[in-house]
Write a protein that binds this ligand. Structure first.
Ligand code: PLP
Ligand code: COI
Length: 334
């Protein structure tokens, strides 16, 4: 079987799923080959960002079958995001069925076992229809597109350099906790600025005081302290990462580490030996340095992935591909 992934870019796959909402009802979802959508030029998604999306992956198992990981959690988060955007909700079973149908239809694009590549699944909803005024749309499209992908950053095992940003991706009581397009549009400026300066991505600080770490680009931040605790920020403007939830479970139940969701002061990082970014796209990416206001902080493990980060990576990817027993009903085998 061929690995069709080309980094983290879109490779057109044979089928995507689409369903239309009108007069308060969803049409029966279908698979189709065309991957373009024709919508009114005055759709709310285009002008006002009435949009939400999800991201999850399908993993090829050693036995050739395919695993989905925590798809119900994505279905739940998608409902929260849609509700916040004043969009209709997709019932969990329809979301899961749409994901399953799309993955199975594109079976030959799920990369081989052991290739460090996966099939990225992108469910999304957009407000459509002629609607110039600012109000929720009356019509919506729910679709699922998939693409084979490999590493999001340079490589999952090599520590990357990050820089903080003076701008915010979300406001204190805004939309940072949901997965909506506007947060990502708002983050692009900082991302491009960071990359132009040679950094892998940007660290967003808390929007109210700019003193605490919030997110790492499109991923959550975690650290392993000198005392061997797994720490990660807690804030209402952070996306509740399913990968981070999984790492907290692994850290506590499988590695017997203390787990704390707490403030992480950007000016006091000396107690952290290992730092990392975690997310569906980022998987577990070690962070070697963080530059903040001209000062470069180097973590103890800045040249290679630290030992606990390595274990977290080994266990989460092992569970995802089915090599390590699923401890909490997270896997759906297709
Ligand atoms: N934070 C942000 C802003 C993200 O876009 C993502 C990606 O989905 C994450 C964190 C990680 O979340 P998850 O682990 O559920 O993919
Ligand atoms: C994900 O990890 O699923 C994301 O949404 C990241 C994406 C913005 C590339």
């Amino acid at each position: 079987m061929e690995n069709k992934a080309k980094g983290f870019t879109y490779v057109k796959t044979p089928f995507n799923y689409i369903s239309f909402y009108e007069d308060g009802k969803w049409s029966e979802g279908v698979l189709r080959e065309e991957d373009t959508i024709t919508i009114s030029s005055t759709s709310t998604a285009l002008h006002y960002g009435q949009e939400a999306f999800e991201g999850l992956k399908a993993y090829r198992r050693k036995d050739g079958n395919i695993n989905l990981f925590r798809v119900l959690d994505n279905a739940k988060r998608f409902q929260m995001s849609c509700e916040r955007m004043m969009m209709p909700k997709i019932p969990y079973d329809i979301f899961i069925e749409a994901v399953k149908m799309t993955v199975l239809a594109n079976n030959e694009f799920v990369p081989p076992y052991g290739s460090n590549s996966t099939l990225y699944i992108r469910p999304f909803m957009i407000g459509v229809g002629a609607n110039l005024g600012l109000r929720p749309a009356k019509k919506y499209i729910f679709s699922v597109v998939v693409s084979p992908v490999s590493s999001y950053f340079e490589g999952p095992l090599k520590p990357v350099d990050m820089i903080t940003s003076s701008i915010d991706r979300a406001a204190p009581h805004g939309t940072g906790h949901v997965k909506v397009g506007g947060n990502y549009a708002a983050s692009l400026y900082a991302q491009v600025e960071a990359r132009e300066k040679g950094y892998a991505d940007t660290i967003f600080l808390d929007p109210a005081t700019h003193t605490k770490i919030e997110e790492v680009g499109a991923a959550n931040f975690f650290g392993i302290t000198h005392e061997k605790a797994y720490i990660t920020p807690k804030s209402p403007s952070i996306l509740d990462s399913i990968t981070n939830r999984t790492l907290r479970h692994i850290a506590f139940h499988m590695l017997a580490l203390d787990v704390q969701e707490c403030d992480i002061d950007i000016d006091a990082l000396d107690h952290i030996d290992e730092a990392g970014a975690c997310g569906t796209a980022a998987v577990v990416t070690p962070i070697g340095t963080i530059t903040h206001l001209g000062h470069k902080h180097q973590f103890k493990y800045h040249k290679e992935m630290g030992p606990i980060t390595k274990e977290l990576y080994r266990i989460i990817t092992g569970i995802q591909t089915g090599d390590i027993p699923d401890p909490s009903n997270w896997i759906t085998i297709l």
